[in-house]
Structures are given as structure tokens and as C-alpha cells.
Write a protein that binds this ligand. Structure first.
Ligand code: PLP
Length: 383
């Protein structure tokens, strides 16, 4: 073999030299990044067996990859589910979870009125084109959820553990009981809480979705999405969406998210404690008329006494430490103006109905020293 390689032209050697070595005897302590789009075997018969499912193995990264599989295994374990599937973004994960519920023309989704804007748009523009109806409801009012479920007979209920941007907490156990009454499935977007704070499957949800771009990754340098299901039955549908739609998570991102998970616990502890202290501090500030903080998670939303976009922009422009950013859940403190960002596409009258006033600012509290965070926010409020 070596003899043959020697005889080959240098251009051929450059292509093949060093590749496809036997795996090292020592096991790497961290999951390697398998940056390989495809996998080979020693014979065509073996490849045929892997294709047919007779033999387990990787074949093409859109169908599965060892780095991504490690992340899926980790998420399955921490969310206590039966199976997990990773996608390119949180939105791809939300889409896959909805598809896995086997929605058909005439099916109804009972969706939280406070869902992330893109999830609402996905339902109201993409799924509605296939005649799937969406009914919205305030999930913090369980009587209304019961009533609307009775009236609309939904196939799927979907809500967020902590809503955006007013941080309302969903009673997952009670909502799951309503879903069961109607033989409907409950999808919980657990992005704002993370499995460190809440594990929705243990409370009765059927599927959990995450934008891994937020707390799971935690460093604003990657995007991803995960679905974890309590039922192995969902594997086929979730896998098919990944394979056929192709919104598969890249291996570099899978690695970043897997690394992010390792510090999720310590980050969450610090972010929650910082958020608690910031919220109680801002409750005393005369320039703030209302503080939204559910005593859960690392987000705080404030309503400025001067309820205008100008006042919100003035405050946000004056920040020197907190970053003006469209995301959340990162190690650094960041701020977002919902009326012109996440909820920009809503009519002003609908925004008001939902309580998203012009002077509302969402703060994602980071792991910095709380004294520095408070000092920055205080000086900006005085600007
Ligand atoms: N779900 C929630 C609650 C979100 O806040 C977001 C994004 O902000 C998403 C889903 C979508 O995630 P991604 O941006 O990773 O697609």
C-alpha cells in the first residue's frame, strides 16, 4: 500500500495523504468535531447494510453525525426525554416539532398570544397556507385556555415556559392536563428557562423545543435548535424533517453548543441571582414605572415612566456596558426594545393590547459583576 502511494503523483498524494487513519486507541475526553460530510466503510456490502439499517452507522452528515449526536444525547438526558433531534436554528426546531404533530388541513393549533414573533408568523403564514388554523390565547389565564380549547378542539397546544417580553410563566402541569383532555399534544418552547431551571417533559409536556442560540450556547457565537420528545415515536418524523428539509445543525455549532451546556448551570445561577438583584434595585428607581420579573430566569423587563420610544432609545443609547442586541441569554448583559425589534411587525394597537408599550425595554442579565451592571443601568436611566 505504502509502495503504491509512493508511486502516485504528488497531486494525488496531497488529496489523500494522512486521511482516514485508524481511530486513536485513546478516547478523547471531549467530543471531537467530526467535520466530515460523509463516511466510508471497508466494502460496498457494509455501506449497503448501513443504508438498509441492518447495521448501525453514519453515512451522510445530513442524516446524522457523531458530534451532533453527542449534543442530542446530552439534551435528551438533561430534558429527560426519549429522543432528541438538533436543527440549524431554533425556528427550524419549532417547525420540526409542529410537523411531527402530524398537522393536517383543518387541524387547529392553540398558540400562546405571547409566542416569539417568528413562531406566530410561522403558524399564521406558512402553516395557514396548508389550511392549519391558529387560535391564540393568553396562557397565563387557564380558564381562557380551557374555554378556547373546548371551542377550537386543538390538535396541538404551544406555549413558552417564560414568555417574551413580559416574562409570564406558563403553568405547564395545568396546561398539559388541558391538552390531555383533548387528546392534543403540548409543545413547550423552553428557551427562556433552559433545562437547568425547568424540565417541561417532567411536568407533562410532550415535546420541548429550544433556540440553542440563547442560554444553551450562551456566548452569542453560534445558532442552533433542539427538539426533545417524551415519545420515541416522534423520532421518525423529527428525523424525516431533518433529512428531507435539511435544516440540519452544523458540526461546528453542535460543538459550541455542547461546550456551552457544560457551563449552563454556573451561568444560570449567576444570571438568575444578578437578575433578582437588578429587579429589586430597579423597583426603587423613580424613572421606572414597572418591573417585570417572575423570580425565575435571567431576564428582566422594565417600563420607563416616560412611556415613549424616544425615552427607551435615550436610555439604551446611554448604556456603556450592556450591549444593544437582538438576542438574549448570553454571558454579557444585553438590552432589546421589543416595540421596534421582536414585536415590530405587530400593529401598534395590537402591541398595546399585549402590554408591549413603547417605553418597555427587555434586559438579558449577564454574568458580569452585578455592581457594574446596576451602575451602568442607573447612569443610563439618568441620561
Ligand atoms: N423561541 C424563542 C423563545 C426565541 O426567543 C427565539 C429567538 O429569539 C426562537 C425560538 C428562534 O430561535 P433562532 O433565532 O435560533 O431561530
Amino acid at each position: 500500500m505504502r509502495e503504491q502511494t509512493k508511486k502516485r503523483h504528488i497531486t494525488t498524494q496531497l488529496v489523500h495523504a494522512g486521511e482516514r487513519q485508524a481511530p486513536p486507541e485513546a478516547q478523547p475526553v471531549a467530543t471531537p468535531i467530526y467535520a466530515s460530510a460523509t463516511f466510508t466503510y471497508s466494502s460496498m456490502e457494509e455501506i449497503d447494510q448501513v443504508f438498509s439499517g441492518e447495521k448501525a452507522g453514519y453515512i451522510y452528515t445530513r442524516y446524522g453525525n457523531p458530534t451532533t449526536a453527542a449534543l442530542e444525547a446530552a439534551m435528551r438526558e438533561v430534558e429527560e426525554g426519549a429522543i432528541a433531534c438538533a436543527y440549524a436554528t431554533g425556528m427550524a426546531a419549532v417547525h420540526a416539532a409542529l410537523i411531527a404533530c402530524d398537522l393536517k388541513a383543518g387541524s387547529t393549533v392553540l398558540a400562546s398570544q405571547d409566542l416569539y414573533g417568528a413562531t406566530t408568523s410561522l403558524l399564521q403564514s406558512v402553516f395557514s397556507a396548508f389550511a392549519v388554523n391558529t387560535v391564540t390565547v393568553d396562557y397565563s389565564d387557564l380558564n381562557e385556555v380551557r374555554e378556547k380549547a373546548r371551542a377550537s378542539r386543538p390538535q396541538v397546544l404551544i406555549a413558552e415556559t417564560i414568555s417574551n417580553p413580559l416574562l409570564k410563566v406558563c403553568d405547564i402541569e395545568a396546561t398539559a392536563a388541558i391538552a390531555r383532555e383533548h387528546n392534543a399534544r403540548l409543545i413547550i418552547d423552553n428557551t427562556f428557562a433552559s433545562p437547568y431551571l425547568v424540565q417541561p417533559l417532567k411536568l407533562g409536556a410532550d415535546m420541548v423545543v429550544h433556540s440553542a442560540t440563547k442560554y444553551l450556547g450562551g456566548h452569542a457565537d453560534t445558532m442552533g435548535g433542539i427538539v426533545v420528545s417524551r415519545d420515541e415515536f416522534d423520532q421518525q418524523a423529527l428525523f424525516s424533517v431533518m433529512k428531507l428539509v435539511g435544516g440540519v445543525l452544523g458540526v461546528w455549532d453542535a460543538h459550541e453548543i455542547l461546550r456551552g451546556l457544560k457551563t449552563l448551570g454556573v451561568r444560570m445561577e449567576r444570571q438568575c441571582e444578578n437578575a433578582r438583584r437588578l429587579a429589586s434595585h430597579l423597583n426603587e428607581n423613580a424613572r421606572v414605572s414597572r418591573v417585570h420579573y417572575p423570580n425565575l430566569g435571567g431576564l428582566v423587563a422594565i417600563e420607563l415612566r416616560e412611556d415613549t420610544q424616544e425615552a427607551a432609545f435615550r436610555f439604551m443609547n446611554a448604556l456603556q456596558l450592556a450591549v444593544r442586541s437582538t438576542s438574549l441569554g448570553d454571558v454579557f448583559t444585553s438590552v432589546l426594545h421589543p416595540a421596534t425589534a421582536s414585536h415590530r411587525d405587530l400593529l401598534p394597537v395590537r402591541r398595546r393590547e399585549l402590554g408591549i408599550v413603547d417605553g418597555l425595554v427587555r434586559i438579558s442579565v449577564g454574568i458580569e459583576s452585578i455592581d457594574d451592571i446596576i451602575a451602568d443601568i442607573e447612569q443610563a436611566l439618568s441620561a
